[in-house]
Design a protein around this ligand. Structure first.
Ligand code: PMV
Length: 361
């Protein structure tokens, strides 16, 4: 699909504003390793989350004297944040060829997260997807004939250029990103909704996010992805991820929770194993991460209840379980796991329906 705006003589709206709320997501099969520009080394699949989200209002007014540069103000939770601007400027540079109108406007970007910024929850997926959607709303005003399908795909395409995992935050439920032979229409350029049947066990799947370490990550995911070049195990890892997607299709259709849990936990530990075996090597898990993992394994063995964990590129633990076992598993989390969280903080989340537009003028 060609995502460049075609016409050269477009009528641009003078001014307006648009607000999108876009969720975070948690990968089941992880993306780790990429090629320029933001092309994943392997396909991935995630649950879109519900309550962990970024809300972004983009106000735009046509510049009287465009000077070939971008011009934007950035307010995070109501306050100007100069330190966030380079990331947005880089994003604009990457997407300019596809949304050339961005140089024609003065922008004010007002953004806030439903979770604390210093929670260690990556806000790049929700933040970049919310901004990409705001820009697509402007594009839709310029070219109203674009289809909903094009809007969604291009929003994911733009979001990907901000942060790879952001491509998976546009639509709800299970979302895949990256080419895989089993997935018709799958692409490295944008994410798509998982196209096959999903067992009711996975509807409203719960994700309780235990905030073990709220500090800034010692190693950014950009650096981590790059360490997959010349990594001794990279080819085996990419093959494993591809293979896990085949296995997951079977699991998602049969509802086999035992296989689901072992695949998801193996993916999380494989991701962290890649970090530990990079050169230079690094460890993002903390002692509390390990304590929680061991408690989950003990509880699962004792009770037979289907609770498992996954990890992002950080120390926080995502505790995953089906809605039907919510009461007992939530009791266990409160009684035995929350003690390991920094200041006892955690977030109750579940699978959500994707991004929504909140206002448009
Ligand atoms: O989107 P990025 O570049 O921050 O990479 C995120 C990668 C993981 O969160 C570790 C895995 C994934 O697939 O989301």
């Amino acid at each position: 699909m060609d995502f460049k705006l075609q016409s050269t003589s477009l009528l641009l709206p003078e001014q307006g504003s648009v607000t999108w709320k876009s969720p975070s997501n948690i990968a089941l099969v992880k993306y780790w390793g990429k090629k320029p520009v933001q092309i994943p080394a392997n396909p991935s699949i995630s649950f879109t989350l519900d309550t962990s989200a970024t809300t972004t209002k983009l106000t735009y007014s046509k510049r009287e004297h465009p000077n070939g540069n971008y011009n934007f103000e950035l307010l995070f939770e109501g306050k100007p944040r100069e330190d966030f601007k380079p990331k947005i400027a880089k994003f604009f540079e990457r997407i300019e060829a596809y949304v050339p109108f961005i140089k024609a406007y003065d922008f004010v970007i007002e953004t806030s997260n439903s979770f604390p910024h210093s929670s260690g929850i990556a806000s790049s997926a929700s933040g970049m997807s919310a901004l990409a959607l705001c820009l697509m709303s402007i594009e839709k005003k310029i070219t109203p004939q674009i289809t909903q399908e094009y809007f969604t795909k291009k929003a994911s395409f733009l979001a990907r250029l901000g942060s790879g995992s952001a491509s998976r935050s546009i639509e709800g439920g299970l979302v895949t990103w990256g080419h895989h032979e089993m997935l018709p229409g799958s692409s490295n350029d944008f994410a798509s909704k998982y196209p096959f049947e999903v067992h009711s066990n996975f509807i409203n799947y719960q994700d309780t996010i235990l905030l073990v370490d709220k500090g800034e990550k010692k190693v950014s995911s950009t650096v981590g992805h790059n360490l997959m070049h010349n990594h001794p195990f990279s080819e085996a890892r990419f093959a494993q991820a591809n293979n896990n997607l085949f296995k997951l299709k079977e699991i998602l259709s049969s509802g086999d929770l035992t296989s689901f849990m072992s695949l998801v936990e193996s993916e999380a530990l494989s991701l962290h194993a890649m970090m530990m075996t990079s050169m230079p090597y690094f460890i993002l898990m903390k002692p509390a991460t390990m304590e929680i993992i061991n408690k989950i394994w003990d509880f699962r063995e004792k009770t037979g209840l289907p609770v498992c964990f996954t990890l992002d590129a950080g120390a926080n633990v995502h505790v995953l379980y089906p809605e039907t076992d919510k009461v007992k598993i939530y009791e266990f989390i409160k009684n035995e796991l929350v003690a390991y969280c920094q200041k006892g903080h955690y977030i109750c989340d579940q699978v959500g329906n994707g991004a929504t537009v909140l206002a448009e003028q």
